[in-house]
Write a protein that binds this ligand. Structure first.
Ligand code: AKG
Length: 201
């Protein structure tokens, strides 16, 4: 990694609590606690057009245990499914603008995930599609607190982060080296929404 990737994000005066770098090496993941102070889970839950995802894995179609929606400025093909252009709700554009204000990264897609309770989850993967800019993915959490795990692809070392309401996790240059997952947490009986802002290329 080049030294320039390791510098702190800009415009630190725009938020109140210091961001923390949670990865020890091979990329960065900056946690900005409570970055968004006014997110409303119920509003987002009814605003977003949730659907069951269909993934083609190991020779068969499977339905992951969570609901999703991809708002995208350009058609995007992922895992044998073509996602058509879908206009973003204004409030999601505003969130993207606030992230861009601290980081200068521009996003043209947001993948929304709804975990209805602690039995919904996402397994180990990395966001390393070739038609996605992997240099910066911005992840926003709303609702129930859940553990988010990183696992190094070579050493299998793990890092766990508790993601709470309003937290922003900026993942930079880490997809190549780290998998991540949001495991089940059976004691959680309330929903969590995750919004991951991305740039499709
Ligand atoms: O819900 C999360 O925090 C993780 C979502 C995720 O891994 C993804 O959308 O690729």
């Amino acid at each position: 990694m080049q030294a320039s990737h390791m510098t702190l994000p800009m415009n630190l005066d725009l938020f109140t609590r210091e961001p923390e770098q949670v990865l020890p090496r091979d990329g960065e993941a900056w946690l900005y606690p409570n970055f968004f102070t006014d997110l409303d889970l119920s509003e987002l839950q009814s605003l977003i057009h949730w659907e069951t995802q269909q993934l083609f894995m190991y020779g068969q179609w499977v339905e992951p245990k969570r609901l999703v929606c991809l708002y995208t400025d350009r058609e995007h093909r992922y895992n044998a499914v073509t996602h058509k252009v879908l206009d973003w709700p204004h409030s999601l554009l505003q969130l993207a603008d606030k992230i861009t204000a601290i980081h200068n990264e521009k996003f043209n897609a947001v993948l929304c995930n709804l975990y209805r309770d602690g039995t919904d989850y996402v397994g180990w993967h990395s966001d390393d599609e070739t038609n996605m800019d992997q240099s910066c993915i911005a992840s926003v959490s709303v609702g129930a607190t859940r553990s988010f795990k990183f696992r190094h692809k070579a050493t299998k070392e793990q890092v766990s982060v508790e993601l709470e309401q309003g937290d922003l996790l900026l993942m930079r240059y880490c997809q190549q080296h780290w998998h991540h997952a949001l495991p089940k947490r059976l004691k959680v009986d309330t929903p969590r929404i995750n919004l991951t802002f991305r740039r499709i290329i």
